[in-house]
Design a protein around this ligand. Structure first.
Ligand SMILES: Nc1ncnc2c1ncn2[C@@H]1O[C@H](COP(=O)(O)OP(=O)(O)OP(=O)(O)O)[C@@H](O)[C@H]1O
Length: 258
């Protein structure tokens, strides 16, 4: 068995892996964006997933989150083979993601944006149901630090607020596993620290996270473990300290900030 198996009280094997990629490859015509990639993520872990520009990080996220299937290999979510399962079905199973380019509903308030991530528009129009959903959406707005902005529209939010809204909309789907794509881009160091604190609080509530970012300082301070890819292949895996000092990783970044 390739997963991290432990024995439960009744003696049966159980795994603490939330996600496992086995030999995942994704080709676009002649381009091999992800090349025979295997790694796993454990329960309530914050995993950093890094690599130079064009290394294949977003493509991996797209395969895992069901945007498109891998060309080869398999993806397991809580030991269930979910290879090629579409995004909406993965969201129902508890897997959500955020995007580098935010996609809020521009004509809706922050509160409505979060509410509508929880239920479809048609259900949201029923008054009774709407109250329950809005109560939960208010909690989420508070959790992500948007309680002062609930009645504003997205265009009234600063960049850091839009990121918080993106995270809030993902939390609205009640995920167990959250994939976060470049959350620190465009944030000040203080905002990076506040965003990292938000991710830590989500983990304390039982969530598992995989975070992509080019801000090495912010990312390595946040995560428990790191997987590094270059040209679609895994080149290193280890603790933040091991990754900081890994010559292969430093070479891949050609002297970039590590
Ligand atoms: N839809 C697509 N069609 C063709 N090629 C693609 C497609 N998506 C990604 N690629 C190619 O796959 C490779 C990996 O791209 P990807 O966006 O996954 O890298 P990345 O590590 O996320 O990069 P960045 O850090 O710049 O966001 C690149 O060579 C890219 O041009």
């Amino acid at each position: 068995m390739s997963s991290h198996a432990t024995q439960s009280i009744d003696g049966t094997a159980r795994t603490d892996e939330v996600l496992r990629l086995e030999n995942v490859t994704k080709r676009f015509g002649g381009v091999v964006a992800v090349d025979d990639l295997s790694f796993s993520v454990r329960e309530e872990e914050i995993l950093g997933f890094i690599g130079p520009n064009g290394a294949g990080k977003s493509t991996t996220f797209n395969c895992v989150s069901g945007a498109f299937p891998p060309t080869d290999g398999a993806i397991y979510y809580r030991d269930e083979d979910v290879t090629g399962v579409p995004q909406y079905a993965l969201v129902e199973k508890g897997l959500a993601r955020t995007y580098q380019t935010f996609r809020p509903l521009e004509d809706r308030s922050v509160l409505e944006n979060v509410s509508l991530s929880m239920v479809p528009n048609e259900l949201f129009s029923f008054d009774e149901f709407r109250t329950t959903v809005e109560d939960r959406a208010r909690e989420i707005c508070q959790q992500v630090g948007l309680s002062e902005h609930m009645h504003q529209t997205p265009d009234e939010l600063p960049h850091a607020g839009l990121l918080r809204l993106e995270v809030g909309r993902a939390i609205g789907t009640e995920p167990d596993l959250l994939l976060v794509d470049e959350p620190f881009a465009g944030l000040t160091p203080e905002e990076v620290e506040r965003t990292a604190a938000l991710f830590r609080s989500l983990r304390e509530d039982g969530m598992t996270l995989i975070v992509i970012d080019h801000n090495m300082h912010g990312l390595l301070d946040l995560v428990d473990r790191v997987v590094v890819i270059s040209f679609g292949e895994k080149i290193a895996e280890g603790s933040p300290e091991e990754i900081r000092n890994d010559p292969t990783v430093q070479e891949a970044y050609l002297g970039g900030e590590l």
